[in-house]
Design a protein around this ligand. Structure first.
Ligand code: G6P
Length: 616
C-alpha cells in the first residue's frame, strides 16, 4: 500500500510532492523519497527512512527544486525499510528514476537477466528492475522514452502504479497503471499524478482515472495516453465532486473502510514500539514497573470491558491461561459492577477500551480498585479517564477511530494482549527466550498476512452479494476463533442490521442447529488446519451441510478438507492458532462491510449506536 505523486509545470515540484505525500501517508510510512529534474536537466534524488517529516527536514536543510518531480511513501513488502530500499529507484547511470506502488512478480528472473548483462542493483526491491530494464532497452538508441517504458512493462508481470522521470527531460514525465490505483490531475499548464484524489484535491478539480494497461505521457500542455502496444486511447477528463470530509477519509468511501485498511500499518507500529531487534518484548515503563512489582504474587487475572473490547478480552483470557499459566476470567463491565463479585487477593485487572470513556468499564474498574486490585489498561485514547485511573497502560496507538464499528482498535487490542502475555510469561520464567523470539517473529508476519486478506476484498464482496438479503446469519468458531465468531456477528449486526449470532461451534447442537435450513448462511472459521479443534470444526461443517445450511468457510490457503463442505470459501494466509484470530477477523469486517453496503446502511454512523457509550 505505497503512495505515489508527481508534478510537471511551471512551479517547483517539491512543495506539491511533500503536500501530496502527506495526504498519502496513511498508505505507509516506512520511508519517503522524491526525484526532481532540476533546471539544468540533472536528476536529483532524496530519500529518508521513516516518517515523511524526516524527508522534509532533509529538504529544509538542503533544498531541491525543479520540475518534473515524483514522490513516494513506502509500505515495505520486498526488502526491509532502509534508505537503499526506499523509492525512487534509479538505473545504473542515474538517468531514470521510478516510483512504484504494487509488486513486480517476475522481478527475480528479470533481475537475473539484467545482472547477467552487467547491471548492478542497489536494493532488494522488486521495483529496481524497472529503471534498469528501461535503461537496457534504451541502450542501442533509436527508441523514445515512452516506447522504452511500454516495452519494459510488456516484460514485467504483476501490479503497478508508476511515476517515471528522466534526466535531461524537463518537459515530460510518465505514469502507468496496472492493478494499483493512479489518477492524473489536470491543471492549467500543469499536470499531477497521485495514488488517490484527496492527495491533489486542493490543486485541481479535473482528473483522469488511468485504466489498467495505460501509459501516460504528461507535459505541461497536456496528457497523451497509449496502451502497452502503443495504440492511443481516449483521454476522459472528469470533474471531481469530493468534499473536504472525504479528504479526511483519504479517498475511502467511509471511515470504516479506511480504518480496516489501516490495520497492517497500525499493527506494525505497535510491534515496532514493543519488540526490539532481538525479538524481545518490552512494555512502557509504567507497565514494566507494575508487572515487576505484581508478577510474583498474582493469583488471578480479571479482564473487564464492553462491546468489541469484551471479545478482545475473551481472546486475552485464552492467552493468559495458555502462555502465562494464571487462572483468568473475563467479564462485561455492565455485569461485573452489579454481580457482587468475589475477587481473590492479588487479582490483577486488565481493562480494555478503545475510548477509555465507557461508563460501565469505568465503573467496574473503580469497583475492582475498591477491592484492592491493581489495574493495567489496554486503551487507544491518550489522556482518557480510564488511563488516568489506571496504574499502568498498554496504549494501542491505533490513531483516531471514527467509524462507530470498531476495527483497527480491536486488532490492536488483540496484538496488545499478545505482547502483554509474552512479556508476563517471560517475567514468570515459563517462556524461554527462544520461544519468545519464535512468537514475535511469527507476529511480525501478521501485518503482511492482513494485507493479503485485504487484497481479497473483491472476492469477499462477491460472496456477501449472495447473502445480504438473508434475515439471519450464524457465525461459528472454536477456542481462539470463538471470540472472533462473536465479533464477526456483532460487526454484521451493528452496521448491516442483518441479525447474526456468534456461537461456539461445539454449542451449536444445543440450540442454533434448529435454525439451520437452506436460507441460513453459516460463517465457519476453520483455521489453522494443523490444530486439534480443526477436526471438530469439520464435524460441525458436516452437521450444517446435512441440514442444508449454506456454509461460508474461512480456511487456510492450503486447506483441502473444509473446502469440500462449503458453498463459498475465503482463503487466508496460515499462521499459528493464537494469531489466526487477528487474520480471520479482517475477513469478517469486510464481509459485514459489504453486507451493510448492499443493504444501503449508513456504515460510519449505524442507527442507534454511539462510538463511545459514556452512559450506563
Ligand atoms: C460502543 C461502540 C463499540 C465499542 C464499545 C466499547 O458500543 O460502538 O464499538 O466496542 O462501545 O467501547 P470502548 O471505547 O470501551 O472500547
Amino acid at each position: 500500500m505505497c503512495g505515489i505523486v508527481g508534478y510537471i509545470g511551471p512551479q517547483n515540484a517539491v512543495p506539491f510532492l511533500i503536500e501530496g505525500l502527506k495526504r498519502l501517508e496513511y498508505r505507509g510510512y516506512d520511508s519517503a523519497g522524491i526525484a526532481v529534474c532540476q533546471a539544468d536537466g540533472s536528476l536529483s534524488v532524496r530519500k529518508q527512512v521513516g516518517r515523511l517529516s524526516n524527508l522534509e527536514e532533509s529538504l529544509d536543510a538542503e533544498p531541491l527544486s525543479g520540475s518534473p518531480g515524483i514522490g513516494h511513501t513506502r509500505w515495505a513488502t520486498h526488502g526491509e525499510p532502509s534508505t537503499l530500499n526506499s523509492h525512487p529507484h534509479l538505473d545504473c547511470s542515474g538517468r531514470v528514476a521510478v516510483v512504484h506502488n504494487g509488486i513486480i512478480e517476475n522481478y527475480l528472473s528479470l533481475r537475473a537477466d539484467l545482472e547477467a548483462k552487467g547491471h548492478v542493483f542497489q536494493s532488494q526491491t522488486d521495483t529496481e528492475v524497472l529503471p534498469h530494464l528501461i535503461e537496457e532497452i534504451l541502450k542501442p538508441g533509436g527508441k523514445s522514452h515512452v516506447e522504452a517504458i511500454r516495452e519494459a512493462l510488456r516484460l514485467a508481470k504483476g501490479a503497478y502504479a508508476l511515476g517515471i522521470v528522466f534526466q535531461g527531460e524537463t518537459d515530460a514525465f510518465y505514469a502507468a497503471r496496472c492493478g494499483s490505483p493512479l489518477i492524473i490531475g489536470v491543471g492549467d499548464g500543469e499536470q499531477f499524478i497521485a495514488s488517490d484524489v484527496p492527495a491533489i484535491l486542493n490543486r485541481v478539480k479535473k482528473v483522469i482515472y488511468l485504466n489498467d494497461g495505460e501509459v501516460a505521457e504528461l507535459r505541461p500542455s497536456g496528457v497523451t495516453l497509449t496502451r502497452l502496444d502503443g495504440t492511443p486511447t481516449a483521454v476522459v477528463v472528469q470533474e471531481v465532486t469530493l468534499r473536504a470530509e472525504a479528504a479526511e477519509r483519504a479517498g475511502f468511501e467511509t471511515f470504516m473502510l479506511k480504518e480496516i485498511y489501516e490495520q497492517p500499518r497500525v499493527l506494525r507500529a505497535l510491534l515496532d514500539t514493543h519488540v526490539d531487534k532481538n525479538g524481545a518484548v518490552r512494555l512502557d515503563e509504567d507497565a514494566e514497573a507494575l508487572l515487576a512489582a505484581e508478577m510474583p504474587d498474582i493469583q488471578r487475572i480479571l479482564v473487564l470491558s464492553c462491546g468489541t473490547a469484551y471479545y478482545a478480552g475473551m481472546y486475552g483470557r485464552l492467552l493468559f491461561e495458555r502462555w502465562v499459566g494464571i487462572p483468568s476470567e473475563t467479564d462485561l463491565g455492565s455485569e461485573f459492577r452489579y454481580r457482587e463479585p468475589r475477587l481473590p487477593e492479588h487479582t490483577l485487572v486488565i481493562a480494555v477500551s478503545q475510548s477509555g470513556e465507557t461508563a460501565d468499564t469505568l465503573a467496574s474498574v473503580r469497583l475492582a480498585r475498591t477491592m484492592g486490585c491493581k489495574v493495567l489498561s489496554i486503551c487507544n485514547v491518550a489522556g482518557s479517564t480510564l488511563l488516568r485511573e489506571s496504574d499502568a497502560a498498554l496504549p494501542t496507538q491505533a490513531g483516531p477511530e471514527i467509524g462507530v464499528a470498531s476495527t483497527k482498535a480491536f486488532t490492536a487490542q488483540l496484538m496488545a494482549f499478545v505482547l502483554l502475555t509474552i512479556r508476563m510469561a517471560r517475567l514468570r520464567g515459563i517462556m524461554s527466550e527462544a520461544r519468545e523470539r519464535e512468537l514475535t517473529a511469527e507476529l511480525a508476519r501478521i501485518p503482511n498476512a492482513i494485507h493479503r486478506v485485504l487484497e481479497r476484498q473483491a472476492d469477499i464482496r462477491a460472496i456477501s452479494q449472495k447473502y445480504y438479503e438473508c434475515y439471519n446469519a450464524l457465525y461459528l468458531g472454536r477456542r481462539f476463533n470463538y471470540p472472533i465468531a462473536l465479533e464477526g456477528a456483532l460487526k454484521n449486526k451493528e452496521i448491516s442490521y442483518q441479525h447474526a449470532e456468534g456461537y461456539a461451534a461445539g454449542e451449536m447442537k444445543h440450540g442454533p442447529i434448529a435454525l439451520i435450513n437452506e436460507f441460513l448462511p453459516v460463517v465457519c472459521l476453520c483455521t489453522p488446519t494443523a490444530d486439534e479443534v480443526y477436526d471438530k470444526m469439520i464435524s460441525n461443517l458436516k452437521e450444517v451441510e446435512a441440514r442444508k445450511g449454506r456454509i461460508i468457510a474461512v480456511v487456510t490457503e492450503r486447506d483441502d478438507k473444509a473446502r469440500a463442505f462449503a458453498q463459498d470459501v475465503i482463503p487466508v494466509p496460515e499462521t499459528i492458532e493464537e494469531y489466526s484470530s487477528i487474520v480471520n477477523v479482517i475477513v469478517l469486517q469486510l464481509f459485514a462491510y459489504h453486507n451493510a453496503k448492499a443493504r444501503g446502511a449508513d456504515i460510519d454512523k449505524p442507527r442507534n449506536l454511539a462510538k463511545s457509550v459514556t452512559v450506563e
